[in-house]
Design a protein around this ligand. Structure first.
Ligand SMILES: [Mn+2]
Length: 306
């Protein structure tokens, strides 16, 4: 028996991958194929809190009988595919990370949809609507897809958010009778996971990479507000580094709080953002930026100077 296995990236996967895999499995099951499973060999990160794991839909255990075919969601770079994937047996790829469109164009037998949009959950929602199987969207499935959109678009406030993401989000709330303030419940649950081991949460998401005038150690954390943010523990994580910055994205305020340490980091940040620091270890951006956007800004600034 050939199974169709829906899977995603390796090492760590997030709620966008988790939710879209499950929802796409539910869709393919009603369309034509009972032998479709959704599985991962990766670890679920903090964007999949216990309240999400407790919904009535979850992943299947990985299986492998050698004949299986694979569908990949939320990943299109072949270096980052789940370890269970056999490259010659891929039938479909759906992703929102760009860069590998040309590569997959060489394989016309693989159905590929790569679009620069906020969330893969939006793409799967659209497929459910286009296939006229809106009946599968019960409350729990809607909550999963909504959580994926919330996380990947940072509460619909990230600049990568499209009107399609907003419309999918609103329709899913309506169809699943999901309360308007579900975002608070979801992000608080993620924050509770972070708070359980605050230092580990920072360490697990440290980027050590040189970009322009920025220190090469850059942390990031996404929280609703600063209520549970432990400044002391943050400082402790960074004591071993001569200079660092930490981008704390506050979803309710829609701002980035950039904490920092090290000689003249203050001057460098003030120059880069053309903005005065609040004090000797904090610069506040009125609109939040993701770490990858901050690094891009620093790199672009260097190339302008040269
Ligand atoms: Mn994603």
């Amino acid at each position: 028996m050939t199974n169709i296995i829906i899977t995603s990236g390796r090492k760590y996967i997030d709620i966008d991958a988790y939710a879209s895999m499950i929802a796409y499995r539910e869709l393919l099951k009603v369309i034509d194929n009972n032998n479709v499973i959704a599985s991962t060999t990766a670890t679920l990160n903090q964007s999949v809190p216990p309240s999400i794991l407790d919904l009535k839909y979850s992943l299947n255990e990985p299986i492998d009988n050698g004949n299986d075919k694979y569908i990949l969601l939320d990943v299109s770079n072949p270096d980052f595919f789940d370890e269970q994937v056999r490259l010659g047996k891929i039938i479909e790829i759906i992703d929102h990370h760009t860069g590998f469109e040309q590569y997959w164009a060489k394989y016309p037998n693989i159905k590929t949809q790569i679009e620069f949009i906020g969330s893969v959950c939006t793409l799967v929602y659209e497929k459910i609507i286009q296939s006229r199987h809106v009946e599968i969207l019960d409350t729990d499935l809607c909550k999963l897809l909504v959580a994926g959109i919330l996380d990947n678009t940072l509460n619909l406030k990230a600049s990568i958010t499209t009107d399609r993401d907003r419309s999918a989000y609103n329709e899913l709330l309506r169809l699943g009778k999901v309360p308007e303030d579900f975002y608070k419940e979801y992000f608080s649950a993620c924050e509770a996971e972070i708070t359980k081991d605050f230092e580990k949460a920072i360490k697990d998401d440290l980027k050590i990479e040189k970009a322009g005038i920025l220190p090469e150690v850059i942390g990031q954390m996404i929280v609703l507000n600063l209520d549970n943010f432990d400044h002391k523990k943050m400082e402790e994580v960074f004591t071993e580094y001569p200079e660092w910055i930490m981008n704390v994205i506050l979803l309710e305020e829609g701002k980035s709080y950039i904490y920092f340490g090290g000689d003249d980091v203050k001057q460098r940040l003030e120059q880069l953002f053309d903005k005065k620091c609040e004090n000797n270890n904090l610069l506040v951006l009125d609109k939040f930026l993701l770490r990858k956007q901050i690094m891009k800004k620093a790199r672009d600034a260097v190339s302008i100077q040269c």
